[in-house]
Design a binder for this molecule. Sequence first.
Ligand code: TMP
Ligand code: ASP
Length: 236
Amino acid sequence: MEKKDFVYEGKAKRVYTTESPDLAIVEYKDDATAFDGTKRGTIESKGIINNLMSAMIFEQLEKAGILTHFERCLDDRNMLVKLVQIIPIEVVVRNIVAGSLSKRLGLDEGTRLSQRVIELYYKCDELHDPMINEDHVLAMNLAGADELIVIRKLAISINEFLVPFFAKANLQVVDFKLEFGRFKGQIILADEISPDTCRLWDAETGEKLDKDRFRRDLGGETEAYIEVLNRLKGAR
Ligand code: TMP
Ligand code: ASP
């Protein structure tokens, strides 16, 4: 399958149409941004690692009965996916306090939450992705009530899948961000699942093996991403 027309460039990926109206090609870039694009850089080989890791996770999610946009990897950086209509909501699932939750509620990073927390953010760069609730989603017609129920159920199921999946690789899933899309009347998981969109901590040492290495200038980003990929491969 070949790239036809360029559709969209995001911070970490480019999207192209294909000869099939139902399929798109996602190209994963090495570009890294944080804090609303105010911090910019590159993480060498990130695009390759995130493409391969997302593919591996999408495949396993499909086996577990969770629909995703993933079709197949075309090469190291390019993934064939279903061309979905993205729902403009970023769904964050949290198991352990970190990042913006720690700041917002004054909780120590690393505090285990007594139940997972699901947060919704309006995907809108100009507004800096503000946090919203289910009423905002309905009032702004971002998604319907039935869709919200499905999105919430899927987010919970994906968390229930990811926690033991990463535990086999000796990694704690602290939190992660999901995006969903509409495809032929169904809501399916889109975007990516990678150290760009998840916080992953070594289960024993708590070492950060995710994009916080870039956000917080810790260094060793590529090594951390490769470590996660290799551990997942070893755990299969
Ligand atoms: P936060 O603590 O900064 O709100 O991030 C929560 C999770 O969502 C974390 O795993 C990183 C991920 N995330 C993204 O994938 N994209 C984003 O733009 C933001 C802000 C967070
Ligand atoms: N990707 C987001 C940005 O560039 C933020 C993040 O992942 O921290 O703004």
